[in-house]
Write a new protein. Structure first.
Lengths: 155, 450
């Protein structure tokens, strides 16, 4: 399966991924509606994007009481808007913090890999986000541990 | 001969067990379902109440789906006794069902506080679909609805009642609201928020009687709610009373079964009772508790779902150990998210807490050493950082991932869970985790013809 590979060292924090994502997902250029999120590290001197891993368990999908979350052609867990009632159970079941709720539509929303052509990867000018056939790993844990740890030591 | 699986209870645990048996089995088995009601999702009843979904939307397994899954169903029937030595269950119409293995998932029922008049007209419970229909029929724009009990169930239907244009008063016997979901400071914040949104709350108030108010003939009877001495304020007049005063597990029918019952049916890590071919799941099961150790009843939807899948896999011949359940709850009240996880009420744990004086935001994180064991989070649902951190707190509690130096980061920045979550490499810990030992299948992917 093709997945979003994150190379945090290449991220400049430009937020193009968030703009592209929110536009694809909700029709608005609004980072608050993006399901990929760029986190700052070391007091905004480095950055890394974070999004759904499309995990094997699919905690959001198994938790949904009405079967509104399914697996799409790209292999991504995808919310069916016409079935979702907006109960938010997926947002607390997802242990990665990547199932969201949109108060405007009163539905859950999450990364669905744009059905196989993820806008964040296309928008990234530095190839920090690429769409590749590889196994998903914890792309940014080591980077974050190093950067966040350094800042803690200096405080 | 094909294995005969008997599922008693068509709620979340029952339907998940059936699906998982069909997903896992190598040879087609015989599955029989006994369910007092048509299978539906209790979680979505608040959305049926506010008329944002149709009744058809609440059903989880229609007769057609059950037929496709090859399930023999006894819907509308209750099991009245279990003979684990003879492997027979008797139903309320006298039918006897033999099984090779059986799962008990008979759930809970609403209990009304023992108050005079609590069983009168226009006094409702809100637990089953039929009860939900009763409440819907009673509420009109401008109605005054009084909910007795300020627990999780009340709070799940609070938005729905307001959106129907009703006026709402909540009455609670305890000194504060949500006593089993958030701590004192959290409850105080929610209470202030609700009052700001026009909801009247009366805590520390014991209802002594619910009486009819005499009105003009032909008009619906209004209710007078009287309080025990010592409660502040006078009687309350209501159009509709909802008694949300607790639930009890449906276990009475098992009292002569010989099953080991403590607060629930005590089950092992495979969710088996003391009768090895009798499993229990959901609200009636006292199963492995991931945070506290030992066994607990966690009467919530996600536990019923996980229990059902683990039992289904074991019935189908897999060897699946359940890692244990974690209490997780979320309600949204007037656009304020209120969630809690794990051992949020552990008075002996180390605590990091923080609130924002300028906005309705509160957090509490509880620790044993450098592992998070519980959490409470309150914040506006429009605040993206609330929803983001909600899931990550669940992840940290569920994994017990050692936070090391990043616990210090949470102390410095309690409103940023993300950095500590990522830097503690919680993602790496979570990626291999599954409940039944393989990737989950999508809801529509249950094999129908094996």
């Amino acid at each position: 399966m093709k997945v979003l590979k994150i190379t945090p060292e290449k991220c400049t924090g430009c937020l193009r991924c968030e703009l592209a994502c929110s536009y694809m997902q909700t029709g608005q250029y609004q980072p608050a509606k993006s399901v990929i999120r760029v986190s700052p590290f070391e007091g905004h001197t480095s950055y890394a994007p974070y999004t759904c891993t499309q995990c094997a368990e699919g905690w959001c999908m198994t938790a949904c009481p009405v079967g509104a979350i399914t697996i799409n052609v790209a292999g991504a867990k995808d919310v069916r808007d016409d079935v979702c009632v907006g109960c938010k159970l997926c947002t607390i079941a997802c242990p990665y913090g990547t199932a969201f709720y949109d108060p405007d539509t009163r539905k859950a929303f999450k990364c669905n890999l744009c059905g196989g052509d993820p806008a964040c990867a296309s928008a990234c000018p530095t190839a920090a986000i690429t769409y590749e056939d590889t196994a998903t790993v914890d792309w940014i844990g080591d980077f974050a541990a190093h950067r966040a740890g350094r800042l803690l030591e200096t405080v | 001969m094909a294995a005969r699986h008997l599922i008693i209870g068509g709620g979340t645990a029952g339907i998940n067990a059936i699906r998982t048996i069909r997903e896992e089995e190598r040879e087609r088995s015989e599955i029989t379902l006994v369910s007092a009601e048509r299978p539906y999702s209790r979680m979505v009843l608040p959305y049926f109440l506010d008329r944002s979904i149709a009744e058809s939307h609440v059903y989880t397994a229609t007769p057609r789906i059950l037929a496709e899954w090859g399930v023999k169903s006894h819907v509308g029937r209750r099991a009245t006794s279990l003979d684990p030595k003879g492997n027979v269950v008797t139903l309320d119409d006298g039918t006897k069902l033999e099984y090779d293995d059986c799962m008990i998932a008979t759930g809970s029922s609403a209990v009304r506080a023992p108050v005079a008049g609590a069983d009168g007209a226009n006094v409702h419970s809100f637990w089953t679909l039929d009860e939900a229909k009763g409440v819907i029929a009673g509420i009109a724009p401008g109605s005054h609805v009084v909910m007795v009990g300020a627990g999780f169930i009340s709070f799940t239907i609070l938005n729905s009642i307001l959106s129907l244009g009703a006026k709402l008063t909540i009455v609670e016997i305890a000194p504060r609201i949500l006593p089993r979901m958030v701590d004192g400071p959290g409850a105080e914040l929610v209470e202030k928020w609700l009052e700001k949104h026009g909801v009247t709350i009366r805590t520390g108030a014991t209802v002594s009687a619910i009486e009819d108010v005499k009105g003009k003939p032909g008009t619906p009877a209004r209710k007078r709610i009287k309080f025990a001495r010592g409660a502040k304020g006078g009687d309350i007049i209501a159009d509709v009373v909802i008694m949300a005063t607790g639930i009890k597990t449906n276990l009475d029918w098992l009292k002569d079964s010989g099953l080991r019952i403590d607060r629930g049916i005590v089950v092992d890590s495979h969710l088996r009772s003391n009768a090895p071919n009798v499993y229990a799941a959901g609200d009636v099961a006292q199963g492995p508790d991931l945070i506290a150790g030992g066994t607990s009843i966690h009467a919530i939807e996600p536990t019923a779902q996980e229990h059902g899948r683990v039992v289904g896999a074991n019935m189908a011949g897999k060897d699946v150990q359940y890692r244990g359940s974690v209490i997780i709850n979320i309600v949204e009240v007037c656009h304020l998210d209120v969630a809690s996880f794990g051992a949020w009420d552990d008075t002996t744990a180390e605590v990091i807490s923080a609130s924002r004086p300028d906005r309705p935001a509160y957090r509490k994180m509880l620790f044993r050493g450098d592992r998070m064991t519980g959490a409470i989070i309150l914040g506006p649902s429009s605040d993206i950082w609330t929803t983001n951190d909600v899931g990550m707190l669940k992840g940290l509690v569920q994994t017990g991932q050692p936070l090391g130096q990043f616990k210090e980061r949470l102390r410095q920045q309690p409103f940023d869970v993300k950095t500590a979550f990522i830097a503690a490499k919680t993602t790496a810990r979570l990626l291999p985790e599954t409940v039944v030992g393989r990737p989950s299948k999508a809801p529509g992917d249950t094999p129908v013809a094996v």
